[in-house]
Write a protein that binds this ligand. Sequence first.
Ligand code: BTN
Length: 325
Amino acid sequence: MHQKACTILQLFRDKGGFVSGEYVSRTLGVSRTAVWKHISSLRDLGHVIEAIPSRGYKLISSPELLDSSEINVRLNTLRVGKQLNCLKQTTSTNSDAFRIAEEGAPEGAVVIADAQSGGKGRRGRVWSSPAGVNLYCSVVLRPSIMPHEAPQLTFLSAVAVARAVEQTTDLTPEIKWPNDVLIGGKKIAGLLNEMSAETDGINFIILGIGVNLNMTAGQFPDDLRYPATSLLLESGAPVCRTRFAAIMLNELDRLYADFLSHGFGPVREEWQKRCNANGRTVSVNDAGSEHKSGLFVGIDGDGALLLRSGDGRIERIVNGDVRVI
Ligand code: BTN
């Protein structure tokens, strides 16, 4: 979308009512004819704009399309989203982000898609990615950390999603170790990191973030192995995907800046406060083999789960599914 058209949309949203053509043309420094042309291109994109000669223009509704310039105008980030690619359809945004990172994409580059035909989930599972309803997003980061520290970054994504849920709904999100965001015990977001690394450092890491925003009950796959939901199903109101994406990327940027200057500590602290297992007894299915249970103590510097067993020993768990007892 043309930058001026984008500014007109922003003006309409800021004013909230009728905005005169004269005011728009003065604010943008363009002719009334140019304003009219931008309005007409916005209408072509599906925005409904009322025009009354004596009063001006009023934005009635906008299509829920994901558009990079619409997200961009809402970003106030240092790194995240400085390069932003919005795709109508792709196989997997994580694969796209990995490819552009290999080709030299800058830190903070983001790939967002309206739909994914091969959305990747954890453990080789498929991430259901229907068009027009959810957020499928991948972010390229290039921190100077060792490969074993890379899992720390998933915790940033989880906290960013939780903060965005709080700012866009009345819901209270919880985080489940290591990387699910839940509402009322049901999953609304999944996170999948992929990285390119050498023994002495990482080249880049891709933070893959999938959030079920406006998915309806019939759109979930029948064979889902865990309870899942969407913000629409939980709150009864649709979430603006553009707004959610921008808020989440802004939060991720802040968390990442904090991570670069102060390390994992602050994120870890917030993550632990938001964790559904905080101070509770949990059972861990360790990669499908062994069941362990104990008191959830927190996570260590590498993001491993710390479990206190009956004899007081602290055990470190790096893999597995956690269930609060
Ligand atoms: C999980 O299984 O919980 C992780 C799901 C991660 C899904 C997201 S959607 C955006 C990004 N692209 C992918 O292919 N996967 C991640």
